[in-house]
Structure formats: C-alpha cells, structure tokens
Design a protein around this ligand. Structure first.
Ligand code: IPE
Ligand code: IPE
Ligand code: MG
Ligand code: MG
Ligand code: MG
Length: 327
C-alpha cells in the first residue's frame, strides 16, 4: 500500500504558476480526512478510509510519470470528506447491494470530483490558494501539472469502471458518470462565464448553476449505487429524487459556509464568493432565506426515502449531517 500522502512534497521541474512560499496553513487534519465529530458519530470516517485504500490502489495500478503520479495522489488522497463515494455505497446498501460491487463507482466519482476541484481552483477559474487545508495543486506543483492531473483523473475514473464493472451495468455506469460530468462542466461554464438563457430571474439562474455544477455528481452518486446494487425502477427513482434534493442542498450549505465560517475552519478560502461576484444562495436569498431553503431541501430528501424503508436509515442520517455540516 503506497503512503497516502506520498505526493505531498513539492514537485520538481514545474512550469507555470509557482508554488507560494508564504501560505498560512491550518494544521493538516489526520485520519478523519476532513470529517468532524458529527460525521465520526455516523461512522463516515470508517467508510472513507476504505474508499481511500481503493483510491490508492487504483493509482498504484497505473505507471504514470513520477510527477503526474505525485500530483494525482496529492489531489485525490488529501483530507476530503469523501461524501460522493459514501453516497454511492450507502445508496447501494439501501437497496440491498454488496459494498464490493459498488466500490468501483465510488472510486470513480471521487476521481471526477477531485478533477473538478483541481480545475475549479485554477487561476482561470476561482483562482484559489487553499484546498483541503493545504495549498491547491497548482500552487503546490504548478499549473501545467495541475491541469494534466485533472485531465488524468477524469479518464482514470472511466478506466476503473471499465476494469472492474462487467456486463450491462458497465455501460449504464459509464453513461451516468459521463452525463453527470458533462453537466458539472456545463455548470462550471455558467458559474465562471455566465451565458444564461435570456429572461431567467436570479433564483432560476442560481438553481440552474447549482443543479449542474454540484447536484449532478451527487445525484449520479446515488443513482450509480442503486444501479450497482441491481435496484429496481422504483428504488432508482427514489434515490434519484433524494440525490437531486441533497445535491442542491449541498451547494446551498457550501455557499452558506463561505459567508459564515473561517478559512482556518474550512481549509479553503472563506468570504470568496461575494468577492468574485458569484451567484450564491446567501446572495439571492440572504442567510436566513438560505437556511430555510436548506431545511426545505432536507425535508424533501427525507421524504424521497420513504418507500425504501429501514435500509435507507443511514442515508437519512447522512442527509441530516450534510444539512448541518460546518466544513
Ligand atoms: C466542495 O465539495 C466542492 C463543491 C461541490 C461545493 P466538498 O465539500 O465535498 O469537498 P471535499 O471533497 O470534502 O474536499
Ligand atoms: C465548486 O463550487 C463546484 C465544482 C468543483 C464543480 P465552488 O467553487 O463553490 O467550490 P469550492 O467552494 O471552491 O469548494
Ligand atoms: Mg467554483
Ligand atoms: Mg471554488
Ligand atoms: Mg464554494
């Protein structure tokens, strides 16, 4: 098993943006990988560490050039919450699947997510210095390798699926993940460059951006879990509806945390959205209006799980945690 943080030392020979020498960093979180006490109580760190092991194995299976390998490890194995893979696995559990049948999809969605984070942080995008409690990949290792590591994580995700999922499920999972990735990219275009259809009110624009840039991957996580588990149409529909609600809720919470938390606590730069003129929940609905919307989306997500019975209990707990998370 390779050391999970083997890529955390600065790379040599980078071009483009130079790593900063003077970043004020909060201490690295340890084995909890970005989780807090509430997440611990739900046992999320245990699932996350199983996911981490599989992520590390997926990278180790590929003989990438040394700098690319180190950059991918840095982006993929840092202190993230692993919520998307956890959603895949708990959605599979909810419809009676086996964890080992859903792990490839769990690994793949985290790869896509990490690719999206690395590119989201680039100077041409959100231009961020801090991610998961340490310098963003382009600040750490240079812009060229950050772009290329993002590219590689995108394709590696599909390689993992091709290698580990067989039969008709393989095509279905590839379709889910590719469509969701395209939707995420479309959302990032709107978030970064605008280009909305004419006549949309701010709230409609906000929901369009958030549904695409963030909710698409969360919804796909739930759907892929159901598909890997061989869930029926009604189960897939219930988890799709749950995924849509938590997807929007997730970005509403992220927007709220940007205005209510510190950089130190978040491990990424706070108070940044307004400075960059982003369309966010607090901007459109205010802080209290955002809290009310989070409450509404939480209730909607909960209601979607009704037909799944007690097997969906952990998804209910996860959603409750996601509504009140503080990082
Ligand atoms: C951050 O996602 C990016 C958004 C879509 C808002 P997470 O909050 O899940 O980030 P990590 O994976 O825990 O670092
Ligand atoms: C990121 O949204 C969405 C994606 C990475 C696709 P944000 O720009 O709000 O995420 P953070 O706040 O940088 O994590
Ligand atoms: Mg962004
Ligand atoms: Mg950002
Ligand atoms: Mg944000």
């Amino acid at each position: 098993m390779p050391d999970a943080l083997a890529g955390a030392t600065p790379l040599s020979g980078e071009r483009g943006t130079r790593p900063s020498q003077n970043l004020q960093l909060p201490p690295m979180s340890t084995a909890t990988q970005g989780h807090d006490e509430a997440a611990e109580a739900l046992g999320l760190a245990v699932i996350a560490s199983e996911v981490n092991q599989n992520l590390a194995e997926a990278i180790a299976s590929r003989a990438f050039p040394r700098e690319l390998d180190a950059a991918i490890r840095y982006a993929l194995l840092g202190a993230g919450k692993r919520l998307r893979p956890i959603l895949v696995l708990l959605s599979s559990d909810a419809v009676g699947g086996r964890r080992q049948d859903a792990m490839a999809a769990a690994v793949a969605i985290e790869m896509i997510h990490c690719f999206s984070l690395v590119h989201d942080d680039l100077p041409a995008m959100d231009d961020d210095d801090l991610r998961r409690g340490r310098p963003t990949l382009h600040r750490h290792a240079g812009e060229a390798i950050a772009i290329l590591a993002g590219d590689a994580m995108n394709t590696l995700a599909f390689e993992v699926i091709a290698n580990q999922i067989t039969g008709e499920k393989a095509g279905r999972i590839v379709r889910e993940l590719s469509v969701a990735t395209d939707d995420m990219i479309a959302g990032q275009v709107l978030d970064t460059l605008g280009g909305f259809e004419p006549g949309l009110a701010d709230h409609q624009r906000l929901v369009t951006v958030h549904r695409n840039k963030t909710a698409a991957l969360l919804r796909a996580s739930c759907r892929m879990g159901a598909i890997c588990a061989g869930g029926n149409d009604a189960q897939l529909e219930a988890l799709t509806s749950y995924g849509e609600s938590i997807g929007l809720m997730f970005q509403a919470v992220d927007d709220l945390l940007d205005v209510t938390q510190t950089t130190q606590h978040l491990g990424k730069t706070a108070q940044k959205d307004a400075a960059q003129g982003k369309l966010t929940y607090p901007e459109v609905l205010g802080v209290e209006g955002s809290r009310a919307e989070i409450h509404r989306l939480h209730a909607a997500a909960d209601a979607s799980l009704e037909s799944l019975g007690p097997g969906a209990g952990p998804l209910r707990d996860l959603c409750a945690y996601m509504a009140v998370r503080t990082r």
